[in-house]
Design a protein around this ligand. Structure first.
Ligand SMILES: [Zn+2]
Length: 414
């Protein structure tokens, strides 16, 4: 909070007494105190209502320019995104030597390791500047998503961090449009986490946290930071940007200054989706997302195409790098199936759903001389295998590859 008063300490001439404004209600893990002889540079938010400061050691003060320019822009971007005023009157960002993580979203005083906040713009590469921008925007998401609305328990940490990373990528992409930051990073995250999540030893996003040690050992791992954003992107695409954003806003407005859990977000998104007609009334976001957040791994989508009947049969199973006999084959997911035979790659709403109830679905497809592409823009989180009916040859298609069938002679193209 803002400093209200500073007086000399009556009992000790070497000390002063600082008095701060009363804070809003907040979770204890978000409280921080900092005593230092650091210096700061400051700027005002674009609407002049928030004081924004970069605090660091004196000899690094010449490396604050990038952060001090970006902060107010990021603050305005997220204020608009959440449609909710920045909750405090000040936002400090402090560079701490040897800080153990890249950043921490203490409310009003985010702390960073120095290399994640400060940069000498005369010598830095563009790639590094974008990386710093990602750390700053990530911590600028949390004042709303994490601080104003806090998770009820550590089990929901993935929601906090997943959304902060997702919204950070969106923020950098908007503030530096030439970077194509979202596209590039989403692909990298996607492929990284497919690897990690294809092992028997992988764990679900949502993990039961029973003792304090679990928080460090399980919660802050790659799964939390990379699988979460991918799932948010998948939701954004099957619900559509308007529904998704309004659902997030409703959630923030409803739970501000209190706690929430993933089910509360699913409810807000479901309500908005039903209101806007972007999700079947018999379907909820919870039904879909529980299969992705509570289960380990991800599916491989088997697509068997029958050229003569003009149909395709889809089924799913968990993708594992090394299969073992005790592999659980019963796991299944709600998979939004997106596809095109016409070249409209922007059609990212689910054409239909594959789930446990119809996990062997035959649907009409294209004519035998048309190609088909699944998983538009890699928004779904599946590997895809396309096979010809009655034919053992098949192609394994990684999500970043396209599959074309020649319009001349489909048989030869395999
Ligand atoms: Zn975070």
């Amino acid at each position: 909070m803002k400093l209200m008063n500073q007086i000399n300490c009556p009992s000790n001439a070497d000390y002063v007494v600082d008095e701060f404004e009363e804070s809003p209600p907040m979770s204890t893990y978000l409280v921080v105190y900092m005593v230092s002889d650091f210096v700061y540079t400051e700027a005002n938010s674009e609407n002049d209502q928030v004081k924004y400061r970069i605090i660091c050691k004196k000899d690094l003060a010449n490396q604050t320019e990038f952060a001090i320019n970006l902060g107010p822009k990021a603050l305005k971007y997220y204020e608009d995104y959440f449609d909710e005023k920045f909750p405090l009157q000040k936002q400090d960002m402090a560079a701490i030597p040897d800080f153990s993580s890249s950043g921490m979203e203490n409310w009003g005083l985010a702390t960073f390791t120095e290399s994640c906040l400060l940069i000498d713009t005369d010598v830095a590469s563009t790639a590094i500047l974008y990386e710093i921008a990602k750390f700053i925007t990530h911590e600028m998401v949390h004042p709303w998503f994490g601080d104003l609305v806090t998770m009820k328990w550590w089990t929901g940490l993935w929601l906090n961090e997943g959304f902060a990373n997702y919204a950070a990528l969106r923020g950098v992409d908007t503030l530096f449009p030439e970077s194509k930051y979202f596209q590039v990073n989403n692909v990298e995250n996607f492929l990284d986490v497919l690897d990690a999540d294809s092992l028997q030893s992988a764990h679900p996003l949502s993990v039961a946290i029973r003792k304090p040690d679990d928080i460090d050992s399980i919660s802050w791992d790659q799964m939390t930071y990379t699988k979460g954003p991918i799932l948010f992107h998948m939701m954004n695409t099957f619900l559509g940007e308007n529904t998704f954003k309004q659902g997030i806003r409703n959630y923030i407005h409803k739970y501000k200054f209190s706690n929430a859990e993933p089910d509360d977000l699913w409810s807000s998104l479901t309500e908005e989706a039903h209101r806007q007609g972007t999700l079947d009334k018999n379907l909820t976001v919870k039904q879909i997302m529980d299969t992705w957040a509570l289960q380990t791994g991800y599916p491989v989508l088997n697509v068997v195409r029958d050229y003569s009947a003009g149909t395709v049969t889809l089924s799913q199973e968990r993708y594992l790098t090394i299969k073992s006999n005790d592999t659980d084959n019963k796991t299944c997911w709600w998979i939004p199936i997106t596809m095109t035979t016409s070249g409209d790659f922007n059609q990212t709403n689910a054409t239909f759903w594959l789930n446990c109830e119809n996990n062997n679905l035959t649907t009409p497809l294209a004519k035998d001389n048309e190609w088909v592409i699944y998983n538009m823009q890699m928004t779904g989180r599946s590997y895809i295998i396309i096979k010809r009916k009655s034919d053992h040859t098949h192609l394994r298609i990684a999500p970043d590859q396209f599959f074309f069938v020649s319009t001349e002679n489909p048989r030869r193209s395999e």
